[in-house]
Design a protein around this ligand. Structure first.
Ligand SMILES: O=C(O)CCC(=O)C(=O)O
Length: 271
């Protein structure tokens, strides 16, 4: 499912740039919903949406609205996007679990996101692994960052240290998000592109410099057998808002059994 070139690139860099994986119409729909939802406080979002910005103590942290997949089919389509799933299936050994969609808005006055890697909620996560052997790659925690806006050179946004997902030496603390290439790379994208990376990659975001805000949807996947926070998994109370395939994709499952949604995707990919 991954070409030899994609395997080589992902193993080398820790991320892949997938061009134009989302249609213009779906980008416009997500942007319209992002603008509408980011204009209101959490209490006025459709249920069960909420945001995880700590607005009380850190109002300049970019605000991320989660559970958007319960509110509109465009996000359900995104979580099951064939091009993203092609890569997610290959990297999880055909055993994926959808963890979260986060619709994030960043302004010029939003904070930098400093380099981090391999942590969930500030804790180093032992279930976050990267291996390459026998011509295959296994990456157990993936982030598909889909940009809803163009990110031209100099605009800011996603940065990473290519190759850092498999570094064998301690990270020098003086390497920061504004360091130049080749150590630090700012990935420029167009609306509809996706930067799909392992969370073991050292990554962050530079301050946004354009007058119009940056909108990104982060779609996070793990292996189906990873155990994450108790909050992971579908919310039973809102189960009827989710298509069956998405509900199944969100569930934890053993690696022995293959999810029906995976069977369907593999079949459509001719596997
Ligand atoms: O805004 C960005 O591109 C960085 C996002 C990030 O650090 C993350 O999702 O863990």
């Amino acid at each position: 499912m991954l070409t030899d070139r994609e395997k080589w690139l992902f193993d080398l860099h820790g991320f892949l740039l997938l061009k134009q994986v989302v249609s213009r119409e779906d980008v416009q729909r997500m942007l319209a919903l992002a603008e509408a939802w980011h204009a209101v406080e959490d209490a006025d979002l459709p249920t069960p949406l909420s945001s995880y910005r700590d607005s009380g103590t850190r109002p300049t942290t970019p605000r991320s609205i989660v559970r958007v997949e319960y509110a509109d089919p465009v996000f359900q389509r995104l979580a099951l996007n064939p091009e993203i799933m092609r890569v997610v299936l290959a990297l999880t050994g055909n055993a994926p679990q959808l963890l979260q969609l986060a619709l994030t808005k960043t302004f010029c006055h939003s904070d930098d996101i400093l380099f981090h890697q391999g942590a969930v909620g500030g804790l180093r996560n032992p279930a976050n692994d990267y291996q390459a052997a026998n011509g295959e790659i296994l990456a157990t925690f993936l982030n598909a960052a889909v940009s809803l806006v163009d990110v031209p050179p100099g605009a800011g946004g996603f940065v990473c240290v290519p190759g850092s997902h498999k570094s064998n030496f301690p990270y020098p603390n003086d390497v920061g998000i504004y360091d130049p290439p080749p150590t630090v790379v700012n990935v420029n994208v167009e609306a509809g592109d996706c930067v799909l990376f392992t969370e073991l990659l050292r990554h962050g975001a530079r301050r946004w410099t354009l007058e119009t805000p940056r909108h990104t949807v982060f779609v996070r996947y793990s292996t189906s057998y990873a155990s994450w926070s108790p909050g992971a998994g579908p919310i039973e109370e809102y189960r009827n808002e989710l298509p069956d395939e998405l509900y199944e994709l969100m569930q934890r499952a053993g690696f022995q059994s293959r999810k029906r949604v995976v069977e369907r995707l593999l079949h459509e990919m001719g596997e």
